[in-house]
Design a protein around this ligand. Structure first.
Ligand SMILES: Cc1cc2nc3c(=O)[nH]c(=O)nc-3n(C[C@H](O)[C@H](O)[C@H](O)COP(=O)(O)OP(=O)(O)OC[C@H]3O[C@@H](n4cnc5c(N)ncnc54)[C@H](O)[C@@H]3O)c2cc1C
Length: 238
């Protein structure tokens, strides 16, 4: 067991995503019954025309019907702590209470430390030291749930995570922003790529929030988009 790298697999999504969203959208504006709308769904281009209009107007309940499930492997506990703050997601995470680490525990090393040879060495020494102490506790019959107290934020974790499409868009908008930490950006980037491979029409929604807003609303902007206040000033002077 040692240094690990992230992997993400999309393990479940509806195979009739577009038709399901179309049916939800159409039902709001149609005298027909929902199942009639489903059976009479037009071609993809026509379905997308309506769907984009409805999402564009903020009618987001229509995309809450789409549930997606990911197998997320090898992320730090620091990263999973950030991910579980998203309250419309469901999680089943490898337990540090029931699963005892054997030998050197799996860990994730932040890129900024990894690229500094001296600090990287110190980081690895710390992991070794902590692993040895953890094993000592386990061998002394300390329950894993207590021995884990000394495991760092870098300890690797894995989980199954599910969310609906509305929440995935929200997650992407927040966590693809450069203000989010690199590891969660990479995680959410990998989740988004898995979905876009299957449903390319979603690409414009699964972006940092500034790309949807047309401006940056963060305190410290990366400079990619004008900040909100600057934009407002230009509108006021026109
Ligand atoms: C760059 C960055 C830095 C951060 N720094 C910190 C930090 O320093 N400390 C810290 O504690 N957290 C921090 N967070 C976490 C942040 O405060 C949110 O908890 C997290 O991003 C989840 O976002 P959310 O609440 O919008 O989303 P979700 O929980 O995914 O909810 C989605 C949306 O549902 C609605 N919603 C959900 N629950 C409620 C509710 N109870 N009441 C009303 N509306 C609700 C809201 O509209 C919300 O935006 C940070 C997040 C980011 C992206």
């Amino acid at each position: 067991m040692a240094k690990q790298t992230l992997s993400v697999e999309l393990i479940s999504m509806p195979d009739n995503m577009l038709k399901t969203i179309y049916t939800a959208c159409k039902t709001c504006y149609s005298a027909k019954l929902p199942y009639e709308n489903y059976l009479n769904a037009p071609d993809e281009e026509k379905m997308l025309e309506l769907i984009k209009r409805v999402i564009g107007s903020g009618h987001y309940s229509t995309i809450e019907h789409i549930q997606l499930t990911f197998a997320i492997q090898n992320v730090s506990r620091a990263c999973t702590h950030q991910l579980v703050r998203h309250r419309h997601m469901s999680f089943s995470q490898k337990s540090q209470r029931y699963v005892k680490e054997k030998g050197e525990f799996d860990y994730i090393i932040p890129k900024t430390i990894e690229k500094n040879p001296e600090l990287n060495k110190k980081f690895e020494e710390f992991i070794k030291l902590t692993s040895n102490l953890y094993q000592e506790f386990i061998e002394a019959n300390i329950p894993a749930e207590d021995a884990r107290s000394i495991l760092p934020n870098a300890a690797a974790s894995s989980l199954v995570a599910s969310l609906n499409l509305r929440e995935l868009i929200h997650l992407a908008n927040l966590r693809l922003c450069t203000r989010a930490q690199l590891e969660i950006r990479m995680l959410v980037g990998a989740m988004v790529n898995e979905v876009i491979k299957k449903e390319p029409w979603l690409k414009p929604y699964l972006v940092p929030k500034c790309e949807r807003l047309g401006y940056c609303d963060e305190d410290k902007s990366c400079g990619k988009m004008p900040v909100k206040e600057e934009l407002l000033k230009t509108v006021q002077t026109v």
